[in-house]
Design a binder for this molecule. Structure first.
Ligand code: 13P
Length: 248
């Protein structure tokens, strides 16, 4: 098994924020500041209508981009959905799949999430597969079982597919709440995921942590053995804050 170090990755998830004027300013800030962040891959996942703008303003900057969701279908009569090939057409490199806000508000099942990951891979995108337990599940001591259940259909896609993904652990109770998992709490779940990835023969897959990551707590999270970067929500909307996380 090769054990070359995994390159750090920090992805900003803009969620449903931004407009063309706001984005222009944020992207200009990222373009300028990215020069000082060499050791880390940096990306933004933006609302679909802004992909054209984001591509125009980030091309050649070193910052890559992606979508926040994708259809599990290749094409066809699926009103309102966006195909992986459409994202690839805008030179997206990444797409989030199975974010807890998709699982929670749109009823996406583990199987649907895996199908979306497969659709993304087929179009040459890197799916960032999000997993994480709710507060209720955490309090019931079900964290490991939930993560295993969410991961299973993704791992079933096979080593070749899994090796081309990124996994993001986002405990739902830490998203947008200001309540970050402690580095030790996050590491414990990352170690579980790492074990599954090793067993699947894909030790190089990066595992990101997400949930109230800020410049002030990023370094302590990144010091953990199995945390390879972050999926950042709120703090990704401020260029200096987001870049400080990447610099950490
Ligand atoms: P916050 O960083 O705002 O907690 O959001 C985390 C998240 O959901 C990123 O996908």
């Amino acid at each position: 098994m090769v054990n070359t170090p995994r390159k750090r990755l920090v992805i900003g998830n803009w969620k449903m924020h931004g407009d063309t004027a706001f984005n222009s300013e944020l992207l200009a800030g990222l373009r300028t500041g990215i020069q000082s962040v060499a050791q880390c891959d940096v990306a933004v996942c933006v609302p679909f209508p802004y992909l054209y703008q984001v591509r125009s303003l980030l091309e050649g900057s070193g910052v890559t981009w992606g979508g926040q969701d994708v259809s599990e279908h290749e094409k066809g009569a699926y009103t309102g959905e966006v195909a992986a090939a459409m994202l690839a057409d805008f030179n997206c490199r990444w797409v989030l799949v199975g974010h807890s806000e998709r699982r929670g508000y749109h009823g996406e099942s583990d199987a649907t999430v895996a199908a979306k990951a497969a659709a993304a891979l087929a179009a040459g995108l890197t799916p960032v597969v999000c997993v994480g337990e709710t507060l209720q599940e955490q309090e019931a001591g079900q964290t490991h079982a939930i993560i295993e259940r969410q991961l299973a259909p993704v791992l079933a896609l096979g080593a070749d597919a899994v090796s081309r993904t990124v996994i993001a652990y986002e405990p739902v109770w830490a998203i947008g709440t200001g309540r970050t998992a402690t580095p030790e709490q996050a590491q414990e779940v990352h170690a579980l995921i790492r074990g599954r990835l090793d067993a699947a023969g894909t030790p190089q897959v990066r595992i990101l942590y997400g949930g109230s990551v800020k410049a002030s707590n990023a370094a302590s999270l990144f010091a953990m053995a199995d945390i390879d970067g972050a999926l950042v929500g709120g703090a990704a909307l401020v260029a200096s804050e987001f870049l400080s996380i990447a610099a950490a």
